[in-house]
Design a protein around this ligand. Structure first.
Ligand SMILES: Cc1cc2nc3c(=O)[nH]c(=O)nc-3n(C[C@H](O)[C@H](O)[C@H](O)COP(=O)(O)OP(=O)(O)OC[C@H]3O[C@@H](n4cnc5c(N)ncnc54)[C@H](O)[C@@H]3O)c2cc1C
Length: 464
């Protein structure tokens, strides 16, 4: 292929999978060469107002491990995933300007920045007569289907869910795998081998603090691929290590539902803290899109068809609706999701910059063992239970009088399952500037410890 042949460009973001992938599915409908592009966003490596990078190494490692798995998977169909580091809009518009792309396909993302990126790309493409098609890839329902269930302020979760249920909406079935082998791979040496799509690996390595002996991103002979960063230390206290890629995600789904049948007891166990089956742990795959929410939903129905209706599978779908709710709220609020006062009109106390108590909170040195244990788990594994997240967030805001945005930024830095809508949505909720109908809700950390860690084993595990 040369640069003047027409191809379909698929811009991958948090949708690193082949199954139930609307943008990819649509792009592969015609026998047109396909070009897959992933841009590691340079803004993730930039510093925040709080003195640390937006994304820490653990989260980046998880993301890139998933990118690499997708690269391997696409390679098995004869395709290449081109990976670049930079500003996604700069790089993709540059690619479009180089010619040879007849249509662009991407899935919608709920974050303000991601929406702006997509808008900019679409304007650029429209001005050049290149159609740019946007799909709903990570949601259960299209925003257009459900946006009227949220009023201007966003409205609480319960009215949103009730309206959904009253209308009898159900997510549509996951999409079939597209036949990728009938489409050829688009590759142009002049574009993919050299121009815009090169990453200055050494610079990135230095910025991220990787030691020279650690694996660095590597070129291959057909573009650029990142090698997996497997060298991060694994804390032996961690109960669960997710395996990257959609195969890892689908295996976890199958194991949790059909092998261990843990779904059956999910409602009772979901507030746990120790072990690998008290909750599904789907969130790391959902965050990078190597597992689709609709597949989980569909499998939960298949579970019920096999084992009968049960509270566990119903409760899991309830939790998926929380995720859904925050995604649409994020689209509705846009930039407001990151404002100190969120959706409220209240004045909210804030420090504006990182303070000593905030640093103690981040590093697990507050002196409150239940809080410190959770913060240690977070920094050692990149994950924390939902119960833990609620308690430590409430503690930062209501006990340490910290700025909720600093806490949200620390979660963004650390969590391998970081998701802009769920993270900032839950933080505004807990800080009393979101859509909690009880905005003064405070979690008492002593009572929470007594109730959820009565023997103290969780505290001992993560503070010794
Ligand atoms: C302060 C705070 C920050 C959070 N930040 C994130 C984040 O960045 N990314 C993220 O995925 N989740 C976030 N959550 C939500 C929740 O804590 C995690 O989704 C959950 O702990 C992930 O573990 P799991 O997959 O085992 O969850 P399960 O209990 O097994 O739930 C299954 C799925 O339902 C969804 N879900 C469950 N609870 C929530 C919730 N409260 N809000 C939204 N979706 C939910 C998730 O997609 C989750 O994977 C946050 C919660 C709080 C209180």
């Amino acid at each position: 292929m040369n640069a003047t042949d027409s191809c379909h460009l698929i811009w991958l973001r948090n949708d690193l999978r082949i199954h139930d992938q609307p943008a990819l599915f649509a792009a592969a409908q015609k026998q047109v060469p396909l070009e897959f592009v992933y841009v590691l966003d340079e803004r993730l490596i930039g510093s925040t107002a709080w003195g640390f990078n937006r994304s820490g190494r653990r989260r980046l490692s998880w993301m890139m491990a998933n990118v690499q798995e997708l690269h391997r998977q696409l390679a098995s169909f004869g395709h290449t995933l081109y990976v670049a580091l930079g500003h996604p809009v700069d790089l993709i518009t540059k690619r479009l300007a180089a010619g040879g792309v007849s249509q662009v396909f991407l899935n919608d993302e709920p974050g303000f920045e991601e929406q702006k990126d997509a808008d900019q790309l679409r304007s650029f493409a429209a001005a050049r007569g290149i159609p740019c098609s946007l799909f709903s890839g990570g949601d259960l329902f299209d925003f257009s289907q459900v946006s009227h269930f949220l009023d201007h302020q966003g409205q609480g979760f319960t009215p949103f869910r009730q309206k959904l249920e009253r209308t009898g909406f159900v997510p549509h079935e996951p999409l079939q795998l597209p036949d990728l082998s009938r489409c050829s791979s688009s590759y142009t040496e002049s574009i993919h081998g050299r121009d815009g799509f090169l990453v200055d690996c050494k610079q990135w390595q230095a910025q991220m603090g990787f030691k020279p002996e650690q694996k660095v991103p590597a070129h291959n002979d057909r573009g650029l691929v990142f090698e997996l960063y497997q060298d991060l230390p694994v804390d032996s206290r961690g109960d669960f290590t997710p395996q990257p890629g959609e195969r890892g995600g689908l295996e976890r789904l199958h194991d949790y539902f059909f092998v261990g049948r843990s779904l059956q007891t999910y409602k009772e166990t979901r507030n746990g803290m120790i072990g690998s089956t008290f909750s599904t742990r789907f969130s790391p795959w959902l965050a990078v899109g190597s597992l689709s929410a609709r597949s989980i939903w569909a499998e939960s129905l298949r579970f019920e068809a096999t084992y009968g209706r049960n509270e566990g599978s119903e409760w899991l779908r309830f939790e998926l609706l929380w995720r859904e709710y925050f995604r649409h709220l994020s689209r509705l609020w846009g930039r407001r999701l990151f404002m100190p006062e969120g959706a409220s009109t209240a004045h909210f106390p804030r420090t504006e910059r990182a303070s000593a108590p905030f640093e103690q909170w981040c590093t697990g040195k507050t002196g409150h063992l239940f809080i410190d244990a959770h913060m240690n788990e977070l920094s050692s594994t990149g994950w924390m239970s939902n119960r833990g997240r609620q308690v430590v967030a409430s503690y930062l805001v209501h006990h340490l009088h910290g700025d909720w945005r600093a806490g949200a930024a620390w979660f963004e830095h650390q969590l391998i399952d970081y998701d802009v809508a769920s993270n900032y949505g839950n933080w505004t909720y807990l800080a009393g500037v979101g859509t909690d109908p009880r905005p003064n809700r405070v979690f008492n950390p002593d009572l929470q410890a007594d109730r959820y860690d009565p023997s103290g084993s969780y505290r001992r595990k993560w503070t010794s």
